[in-house]
Design a protein around this ligand. Structure first.
Ligand code: AMP
Ligand code: GLY
Length: 420
């Protein structure tokens, strides 16, 4: 009998997961809560918000779900996985303590320090600290991080001393403390690692584009586009990251009373000598990295996720397509500030399939209202291309993006520029 899967969340990542799972031979029904217009078209949406832990547990029970996959971090930090497991429902996503690796940057740093995992030095600043001395000691550019879940927007990287000082003071005012981190030069990449106590499987590495503007300028966002596999992560860098980061993290996480079962997202900085360090951990799939990673998995997706959720990953060896994927995010006017919502989106949303590959739309902040497709978030949708080369994947994604229209929206023209 086919399986019933519940996906928690409503962004582009969850649409990508839903598309992947619909294509799984072992899956019968896919439910998404709350979902978006994209998931509504291929699965069943439920009006339960991702952060409503009790609501999600009740939904999973009512659906008799064989597997729950949690997209965003907040419900994991709030113990959704713990509650599902207590009810005997397999959950892809770590328990609350494991989720602290993303929920608390301080906890993540302490863990890395303890395990000797390479990462930037950090100072904790509060009302008692001598801020100017510490700023001088660290030197420009300054990396200031609020230790709160801020959807990738609680970080300021700046060479402007006044801006750094202002963000530090504001953050201490609102949170009581803030972190100042040593700047790591290099190129970033995302390593998504499927992990449980029996083993781990790194998925093809990707590269996100976190700044809103071309050439990686402007404000940080949740991510404006991504591609995979990212050539910057050579075989030897990948092996080094596994040896120096993933293996110690796996050994540590699998030795805990409750083992970590889910995705460990390793945000890497790779320096000019090819040495990787950790910029951040996330305890979930990345968005938009998922949109370029899931389509590259060729084996049964549900078997893989369920194996992790049940602690049997060692029994599952996923296979991958020999292809490249690129996704380009279309953001609403105003994003990454408060976005303008409620605007109609028009155009051709059908999947393109041809000799060159395929291209399709991943929905994120979209909803149906009176039969119309309406924007409902900052990152509205993304166009994704899959092909045999990165250049072809890029061309397919941008071609598809040109076929949809949202007044006032913006996107980056240069996704993938470092690799192309
Ligand atoms: P985080 O939320 O910690 O991932 O930070 C958001 C972004 O800020 C990262 O993706 C990097 O682009 C940048 N960043 C964070 N920490 C550092 C660092 N120590 N050195 C250089 N850039 C950083
Ligand atoms: N794309 C960055 C993230 O998911 O955190």
């Amino acid at each position: 009998m086919g399986r019933t899967v519940l996906i928690v969340g409503g962004g582009g990542r969850e649409h990508a997961l839903a598309i992947g799972l619909i294509g799984s031979p072992s899956v019968d029904l896919v439910h998404v809560a709350p979902g978006n217009a994209g998931t509504a078209s291929i699965a069943t949406n439920h009006k339960v918000s991702a952060g409503d832990v009790i609501g999600q547990v009740n939904l999973a029970k009512a659906l008799n779900a064989d597997l729950v996959i949690v997209g965003p971090e907040a419900p994991l930090v709030d113990g959704l996985a713990d509650k599902l497991r207590a009810d005997g429902i397999p959950c892809f996503g770590p328990h609350a303590t494991g989720a602290m690796l993303e929920g608390s940057k301080t906890f993540a740093k302490e863990t890395m320090l303890k395990l000797g995992v390479p990462t930037a030095e950090v100072a904790r600043l509060d009302i008692e600290s001598n801020i100017d001395d510490t700023l001088e000691k660290f030197g420009s550019p300054w990396v200031v991080k609020r230790d709160v879940l801020a959807g990738g927007k609680g970080v300021v990287v700046t060479a402007d001393l006044d801006e750094a000082r202002k963000f530090i003071t504001q953050s201490i005012d609102s949170d009581g403390f803030v972190l100042l981190e040593q700047f790591l030069p290099g190129e970033e990449a995302s390593m998504l690692v499927m992990m449980d106590e029996s083993g781990f499987v790194p998925l093809p590495c990707s590269q996100d584009h976190k700044r809103v503007g071309e050439g990686d300028t402007g404000l940080n966002t949740g991510g404006m586009g991504a591609y995979a596999p990212a050539p910057v992560v050579t075989e030897s860098i990948r092996n080094r990251a596994i040896r120096e980061i993933v293996e110690p993290m796996h050994k540590y996480l699998s030795s805990q009373d409750v083992p970590y079962r889910g995705c460990l997202y390793v945000g890497l900085m790779i320096d000019s000598n090819g040495a990787p360090s950790v910029v951040e951990f996330n305890v979930r799939f990345g968005d938009p990295e998922t949109q370029v990673t899931i389509p590259l998995i060729s084996s049964d997706l549900c078997d893989l996720f369920l194996a992790v959720a049940e602690g049997r990953l060692a029994e599952n060896t996923p296979t991958f397509h020999d292809a490249f994927a690129m996704t380009v995010v279309l953001a609403a006017e105003g994003y990454p500030g408060p976005p303008i919502k409620g605007v109609e989106i028009t155009g051709d949303f059908t999947q393109y399939t041809g000799l060159e590959g395929r291209a399709f739309i991943h929905h994120a902040g979209t909803t149906f209202q009176d039969g119309k497709l309406i924007s409902s978030g900052g990152r509205v949708l993304a166009a994704t291309g899959i092909s045999g080369t990165l250049l072809k994947a890029r061309n397919l994604a941008y071609q598809k993006l040109s076929e949809v229209h949202l007044e006032g929206s913006h996107f980056r023209q240069d996704i993938g520029y470092r690799a192309l």
